[in-house]
Design a protein around this ligand. Structure first.
Ligand code: DX5
Ligand code: ZN
Length: 218
């Protein structure tokens, strides 16, 4: 399976998105991670549909919308209409996960469930057969630029085992504090998609992408 680095827009300079999008394209990026925060589920507020639909007109990345939003079922259709290709909801933010995942899939989107650092992988035991992707948060969601929480690696290993037994097609994504120092280890533990904010956008974007790819061995 192809491994993907998914730059997180949250770390971009919002004054000049278009030149940064061009650099991502030049760096052969395929997936753009879009962090939507509601100020309720997480302390901060980021951006929403208008930003995503404006970007959609000009770039053809796979739009991976990470909803850090309470009761996300309220907005699935809106994000679909804004141009999302995949939607990830938080296990902790949704009362009826099964219904919400079915809703995402009904729009033909890639469906994902995200787990906060303290939420055990075992909670996925039943729903794992129904989703396309699981996102293991390796920082407490809400802000970019935080330090990777080491026990996330054990959660990824545990999830990899569960994947083997229950849903071999499942994608595993990791988000938070991913950089050139830990990406290889995360890959070996079973991660397919690496969300990277600061380690892509801070400094020279093309150099950063190259450094991540080199560390990954791709
Ligand atoms: C955190 C977001 C992340 C964040 C990652 O709540 O979900 O996607 O942008 O940023 P870095 O890579 O800087 O930790
Ligand atoms: Zn994210």
């Amino acid at each position: 399976m192809k491994k993907n680095i998914a730059p997180s827009l949250l770390a971009a300079d919002f004054y000049d998105l278009s030149s940064q999008m061009k650099l991502l394209k030049e760096g052969n990026i395929e997936v753009l991670h879009l962090d939507v925060m509601d100020g309720m589920f997480v302390p901060s507020i980021s951006f929403g549909m208008p930003v995503i639909s404006s970007l959609r007109k000009s770039v053809d990345f796979f739009f991976d919308v990470h909803m850090m939003v309470e009761n996300p079922e309220r907005y699935i259709e809106d994000f679909y209409k804004s141009g999302a290709n995949g939607i990830t909801i938080h296990f902790e933010a949704c009362k009826h996960i099964d219904r919400c995942i079915a809703q995402i899939k009904a729009f033909g989107l890639r469906s994902g469930i995200s787990l906060n650092p303290a939420t055990p992988v075992s909670f996925l035991e039943n729903i794992i057969t129904e989703v396309d992707m699981v996102l293991i948060m390796s920082v407490n969601p809400g802000f970019g630029g935080q330090k990777f929480i080491p026990y996330s690696l054990d959660k990824i290993k545990e999830l990899s085992k569960m994947r083997e037994e229950k849903n071999p097609k499942l994608l595993i994504q990791v988000d938070g504090g991913v950089d050139a120092c830990n990406i290889k280890e995360l890959s070996e533990a079973g991660v397919d998609e690496f969300v990277a904010g600061s380690s892509v956008f801070k400094g020279d974007i093309l150099k950063n992408i190259k450094a991540l790819n080199t560390a990954l061995g791709e």
